[in-house]
Design a protein around this ligand. Sequence first.
Ligand code: 9PG
Length: 509
Amino acid sequence: MDIHTDSGTFTVHGASAVVPLSTSDYLITGTSWKLSHPWGATEYYRHGWNSWTPTRWWTLRREPWRIWDKPLRALTADDAATDTPTEHHSSMVTALSGPEGHTTLLIGAVHASSPLLRISAEEVVASAEAEEASWLVTIGSEPEVFARYAGVLKEEYLGERSPLRAAETLGPVWSSWYSWFEEITAEIIDAEIKPARELGYGTIQIDDGWERRVGDWRANSKFSAGMAEVFSRIHDEGLKAGLWVAPFITLPDTPVLSSYPELFLRDTDGSLTITGNNWGTNYYALDFSKPQAHDWLASTMSTIRDWGVDMFKLDFIYAAAIAGERAGGMPREEAYRSGLETIRAAVGDDVYLLGSGAVINASFGVLDGVRVGPDTAPYWDNTERVRDPSGPAVVNALRNSLSRTWLKPLLDCDPDVAYFRTRGSLLSPEVNALTADAALACEFAQCSCPAAWLNDEEKAGVRSWTQHFRAIPAVRQLGRYRFEIDGEIIDFDPYLNPTTRISDRLLVK
Ligand code: 9PG
């Protein structure tokens, strides 16, 4: 079947059906099909599999945009099952930019398990890992095609429902991660509660460092009175309580792994599947083709919710979608989604669920928000992690997050924390301002600067930023990296696509 446009003819090969929905939209069914295109080595949109996976507009004329030569990081921050150094590929959706960028053609999965697009100068090959995949092909201007695709996904996964919105339910979030990391204690959190209210935050989110061990979700000795105690003090101040948990994974040597080893994902040879590496060790994931894994998850999550949690940051959840031997050949993304559904049923609809390391394609309609980029850091770029766009750095977090704002109708897009402090940071005031604006552009405000680390001027900056966010700013996207926020133009492009060398003043490191 041929699709004729002002910018050339596209031909669909090998699809089960092509249904024109309008002169610019086509619904295609097929688990493996391709579209030949006349645009040669053009620009294309590379969408990463999980929150941290490299995402941006890129060009077929260069090497693929990916994590190079770091297999353990690629296992965590990319889709190891499909990643290849030789082919340009994109998860769930891609778009090609036509001559002079006037026309864009988007191919996006509507309903498909592990949808993948492999892109070359001649064709785009679409494939999925389970039968009955459906896709949208849409042609128009760049903003139009992404908006149409988001609209189709919204109808498919949310219907009339809307996700909870951070702006309305959480307010600005103070997170413990990007200042204290795992060194948090009950006293450190306590010290933030009153200042947080005064600075205009709505939620205090306790990140990694409260649990006995990843996989053993009981409070450790630094929170000896238990988490419910801390949460009640947060609630007493009129704030909401958020908690980090990575409920799909376990490190070696945890009670759940030794008592119920049969709940965990295995390879064909029966050994535990290594689903990632962090905290200095490999980790394993629950196998959600097993009903008992759901039972353990539901009871763990409802116990934690009952401590008084209003918001969960569900981290490293992609691990449940790593390839392995599942009962009945359950597709890996179906297993992942069923785990999320179990969490939602266990904690109820009023708890805000933020995914991190989340599989974007399999999270719609269950998660309220997702981290849309890799970790940020108090420096612009990470020169120790060359050829790794998933390495912690402001530039990597901004590039990924701002390339995914089209997802906003479906999910809140968390660009990671903004910085206001000078203490413990290599960022210039200019870059601090950029991170604060990125939060407003993404409509998700989060910061990790401890109140005691801020001088008076920086505190005033936090206050006006939280107020701005609470007033729900009017955000218009004017270009790939250009926004209008309450009438003010914020252009990230000169920072993300510098035409000359970026000054050492920004780089610092
Ligand atoms: C807590 C942290 C914070 C942070 C999360 C996540 O690709 N990686 O190896 C990788 C490691 C750690 C990581 C993300 C990616 O950090 O994004 O905000 O919650 O866990 O341990």
